[in-house]
Design a protein around this ligand. Sequence first.
Ligand code: FUB
Length: 320
Amino acid sequence: MNKSVLRIIVCFILLFISDFVQAQNEIAFKNEGNPLVKHMYTADPSAHVFNGRLYVYTSHDEDDATYFDMLDWHVFSTENLEDWTDHGAIFSLEDIQWANKWAWAPDCVARNGKYYFYYPVERAKIGVAVSDSPVGPFVDTLGKPLIDNTGQIEKIGKEPIDPSVLIDNDHAYMYFGCREPKVVKLSDDMMHLNSEVENLKINGIEEDKEHFGGFYGEAPWVFKRKDTFYLLYSNGWGKTSTLVYATSKNPMGPFDFQGEVMDVVSSWTSHGSIVKFKDKWYVFYHNRDLEGGSNYRRSICFDEITFDKNGNINKLMRNK
Ligand code: FUB
């Protein structure tokens, strides 16, 4: 047997082993109502449709958590919203050379035939890891943060967390930030910045204080419907924590505050995403409703949402 044939056989065997190991980590489960995931605590859902299948990337709250000391990230997927697969931990702090703690709210986008996984760590840095598959394994090929506020707090903000990425018209935009919403363009290779980091302006919330009105807390998520960009975000923390939204005709803003997407969640934090799947729209969010839950042991949920004839989101009332 010549060397090339041998190499091909070895590659096939390695691929088979890696698929086998991945399949061993998968857990199949049914949607039995909210919270969606009942075998572990999950938070910060970021939902996308890739090749007709819905993928939800989440943070993973530890079973005994007393703070946001998260260690890894999971992805869950479905083709019908009833039958789900937990693909296991697709990336973790152990896979990053330059970060040690706080594996917080991630996002993932598809471009150039690859999947780019964006993740905040240490409340100060955002990294990007790459894979050929939406369920990983992801690799930190950059080997350093994409965003790091060390010595750059003025420009990047005090807490560059919660990255989410929108691709529109062949341009990629990354949104992030706690209390200070930011936006930056990404390069075509999705692994470098392609503009200055800018403040994201939200009109109509100038007077709003933390916990009231459209105050910007964290968790920016932008999606497009018809010709309008919707900025979904958390209005802060505590008893009035929920998801609110603003709209714009430009992905860089300014956005105009519109109102609440849903009534308050039970957890102190609120974080979510909105996605269109098979012609219906869904909001993914988290709360603390799973048994044993707490503000640090959260669980992802989802519900269908609708829009009125003017494109406003009809407020979802779950606590009727
Ligand atoms: O999950 C850790 C942090 O809590 C996230 O980064 C915030 O959005 C909030 O959900």
